[in-house]
Design a protein around this ligand. Structure first.
Ligand SMILES: Cc1cc2nc3c(=O)[nH]c(=O)nc-3n(C[C@H](O)[C@H](O)[C@H](O)COP(=O)(O)OP(=O)(O)OC[C@H]3O[C@@H](n4cnc5c(N)ncnc54)[C@H](O)[C@@H]3O)c2cc1C
Length: 435
């Protein structure tokens, strides 16, 4: 069948997938909802990554770019914006017309077969339905589909039960609630005001560090850091035990801000209601506790996979994390409160729908522990399997670094010694969770 492989999303993982496909002689069509490549990374361009440059560059992408004299940038740890400028944008440019911008995937199916039909299913090509910026819908046929659409576009809400807190959406519409990490200009605009940060993990830690700098400059500023869990636990990450040094430092800098009294911790707070009153947001918990009115509520409780366009493909997802089941068993904080995290490849990423894969950040579902290097290994293996190179597909070329922490959001109610006090082996790290 002379059809392309459709890759959903031109983020770091979708672009790397395309490079691997090209190297294997398979034509990719990358469809990207945003107007440019890495549209999601662009929204957190001000954040400095905790991974150094070599861990942020895919090997096949590097080979493709090297043909034009490109070299891995030097200089330690890029910001999201530098990741785009130094690598992702040149990679998208090298892929040229194979990337289609302003095209949102709104559906994936087998041609002429809905979810329930078995007959001849595996012989049918995929159809991918796209909606362009002007609302026009078209279909592209594909021999395989690789979904690398990430989770950034679907941030989790403040509600402790996973639903938006009552009033959260109205407060967001009023500009009082955001689900994004403040950039320095946003943070500076909050000088002298009261800010509530909901959630734990690295996104929340990044926001806390940014806001603590404002408190230092303008001591009248107040920052309340709301955690669902009753104890601080592993909120500050693995520190010196983290094999990714900058990831460890991030948590420690947030801890310093708390220890210095720049930020007030509020633990065991299960957000239930956010009310708008007098131009400010009032956050209340299930147990009736109410925080002082806030000028801004920053909700950083994690991200979720968008499954809305996958209703007609046969998926095998874990019911807790909404990740492929064999990936979930590796990354589920309920299971891996103190265990190792293995790299994953085609075998773990396959579904009953043959030829369909979810890779990259979306492959971890709601688990907040994804690393770019994990995804580069996934796409190497998935593309090898599509190319029929089963030896390369089965091989594991990656050992994940130890984070030096135990536990995750799934065990937030456990006593500290169970939830995160131990450290016996390679561990998970959270990019965002409700804590
Ligand atoms: C603040 C922050 C800091 C991070 N720091 C690190 C770090 O230091 N090291 C590290 O390894 N990882 C880090 N990560 C994890 C990081 O998200 C991933 O490494 C990487 O961005 C994930 O790439 P991705 O391609 O899977 O998803 P994304 O980067 O989310 O890209 C997905 C793309 O798909 C597009 N898209 C979405 N839906 C559709 C659709 N329906 N149709 C078409 N296109 C669609 C989006 O516009 C986007 O361009 C960080 C994440 C965050 C949020």
């Amino acid at each position: 069948m002379d059809l392309p492989v459709v890759v959903i999303g031109a983020g770091p993982q979708g672009l790397a997938t395309a490079a691997h496909l090209l190297e294997r002689g398979i034509e990719p069509v990358v469809v990207e909802a945003g107007p440019v490549a890495a549209a999601s990374v662009a929204q957190w361009r001000h954040v400095r990554l905790f991974s150094p440059w070599p861990e942020l560059v895919d090997a096949a992408a590097s080979r493709l770019l090297a043909a034009d004299g490109w070299k891995v940038p030097s200089g330690g740890y890029p910001t999201g914006g530098e990741w785009i400028g130094g690598y992702l944008a040149p990679l998208a440019a090298a892929l040229g017309g194979r990337v289609r911008y302003g095209a949102r995937v709104v559906g994936v199916a087998r041609k002429g077969r809905d979810l329930s039909v078995d007959a001849g299913r595996a012989e049918q090509p995929f159809v991918v339905q796209l909606r362009d910026a002007d609302g026009t819908e078209v279909r592209v046929e594909a021999r395989a589909v690789i979904d690398a659409s990430g989770t950034w576009t679907h941030p989790a809400p403040a509600g402790a039960n996973g639903l938006p807190a009552l009033g959260e959406q109205a407060a967001a519409a009023a500009g009082l609630v955001t689900h994004r990490i403040p950039d320095p200009a946003d943070a500076a605009a909050l000088a002298g005001k009261h800010v509530v940060v909901v959630g734990s993990g690295h996104s929340a830690a990044t926001a806390i560090i940014e806001l603590a700098a404002v408190v230092r400059e303008h001591p009248a500023t107040r920052v309340s850091w709301v955690l669902r869990r009753g104890t601080v636990g592993n909120t500050f990450g693995g520190g010196a035990a983290d094999e990714l040094a900058e990831r460890g430092v991030l948590g420690q800098r947030a801890k310093q801000a708390v220890d210095a009294g720049l930020v007030t911790f509020v633990t065991g707070f299960r957000t239930e209601v956010i009310t708008v009153a007098g131009g400010r947001a009032v956050v209340a918990a299930e147990d009736g506790r109410v925080l002082d009115p806030a000028n801004r509520v920053v909700v950083l409780t994690g991200y979720r996979p968008d499954l809305s366009f996958l209703t007609e493909v046969r998926l095998e997802l874990d019911y807790r994390l909404q990740a492929p089941v064999r990936v979930a068993s590796e990354v589920d904080p309920n299971i891996h409160s103190c265990g190792s995290v293995r790299a994953t490849g085609a075998a773990e990423l396959s579904h009953p729908e043959l030829g369909f894969f979810i890779v990259g950040a979306k492959s971890y579902g709601r688990a907040p522990t994804f690393l770019a290097m994990t995804g580069y290994e996934q796409v190497r293996s998935v593309v090898a399997s599509l190319a029929g190179d089963l030896e390369a597909a089965a091989r594991v070329d990656l050992v994940l670094p130890d984070t030096g922490v135990c536990g995750g959001s799934g065990v937030f109610d456990a006593p500290e010694e169970e939830a995160g006090g131990c450290c016996g082996g390679p561990q998970l790290v959270q990019l965002g969770s409700r804590g």
